[in-house]
Design a binder for this molecule. Structure first.
Ligand code: HEM
Length: 302
């Protein structure tokens, strides 16, 4: 029940996010008068979120105080002492951080998974090659289960995931500029927020050959494990951001994607529902989603 409550409130906030963006276009004193109703909607949703989360946070607080056993994310937030301000996080901040952690770690992976699967359904030769690769690794093993440790032996599968992340952006990046910077003769003044289209990097024809094509083989040339996905040496795409603010658990996200795709493709044959066509048009929601969600028919392979 509690999980459903969280899911409901998070979904409402995320799906309405674009409508609330307008509240930022003018100073708060103005929009509070002009868009009073929308402000109220946002505040009501935020209150609903606080109610759901706070109840759980309080429970964790009581349990943690008592046994000191397993340490969870909320425990670390409750214990955190902000060094510069010499204070603890307040309740609203803890709720915001829990919410960030959930949204950052669920919708992103789900959408990336859907984009990768959409390409696997659309391009049957890719699906075939993933299956062949897994077959070779599992050999005559009786259990026929893809295990965590098998993933290191599946370079083509990794390339399929990388190509999915390159071709289909899930997030866009916002950076906050703390000092004046001159970039290609343009002055980017300090204290502004810069929103740049991460996706365009992955589709830059000066960097990628045939950027709009889905060609996992393009990553083979960089060698297994070698592709620098968070751009520590050179940024060629940035699905997980880059530098200090890059997605901290990007390895976990890659692992999830490889593991889920391997399992889905190994256990089922996937075919497009709508006469073989998969429409890869996109739509901006909280993440970049498929305009027409993937519909596929699946057939057990065993
Ligand atoms: C395919 C899946 C994922 C994608 C594409 C993705 C993408 C990103 C990007 C682009 C950023 C940087 C945003 C910025 O520059 O400010 C980011 C940050 C973050 N990600 Fe992920 N992410 C994914 C999965 C996950 C997972 C599974 C988790 C948690 C278990 C997670 C937790 C976070 C957190 C907490 C941050 C904020 C870090 C900070 O503020 O310094 N992400 N993610």
């Amino acid at each position: 029940e509690k999980i459903e409550d969280i899911e409901h409130v998070q979904r409402c906030l995320m799906s309405e996010l674009s409508r609330f963006g307008v509240l930022n276009l003018l100073p708060g004193v103005v929009t509070r008068v002009l868009l009073r109703k929308r402000w109220q909607e946002l505040l009501d949703l935020r209150q609903a979120q606080k109610d759901v989360f706070t109840q759980l946070i309080k429970t964790i607080k009581n349990v943690s105080d008592g046994d000191g056993g397993v340490i969870c994310y909320v425990d670390t937030l409750l214990k955190l002492q902000l060094p510069e301000e010499n204070r603890k996080l307040d309740e609203g901040e803890v709720v915001a951080l829990c919410s960030e952690f959930l949204t950052a770690g669920t919708d992103t992976t789900c959408m990336a998974l859907e984009w990768v699967m959409a390409n696997i359904v659309k391009y049957t030769h890719v699906q075939k090659r993933v299956v062949e690769e897994i077959k070779e690794v599992l050999g005559d093993r009786k259990d026929k289960e893809v295990k965590e440790e098998d993933l290191n032996k599946l370079p083509y599968l990794k390339d399929v995931i990388l190509e999915g992340l390159r071709r289909h952006d899930v997030t866009e990046d916002v950076i906050f500029v703390t000092e004046d910077v001159v970039l290609n003769d343009y002055l980017v003044p300090k204290n502004v927020t810069v929103n740049f289209m991460v996706a365009e990097m992955g589709r830059d024809p000066r960097v990628w050959e045939d950027p709009m094509e889905f060609k996992p083989e393009r990553f083979l040339s960089s060698g297994f494990e070698a592709f620098d996905i968070i751009g520590s040496k050179k940024v060629k795409m940035m699905p997980f951001g880059a530098g200090r603010r890059a997605c901290p658990p990007y390895n976990l996200a890659m692992f999830h994607l490889e593991y889920f795709v391997a399992k889905l493709v190994w256990n089922f044959e996937w075919k497009a529902s709508s006469g073989g066509n998969v429409d890869l048009s996109r739509k901006q929601e909280f993440t970049m989603v498929m305009k027409h969600p993937l519909h596929a028919q699946i057939y057990p392979r065993f």
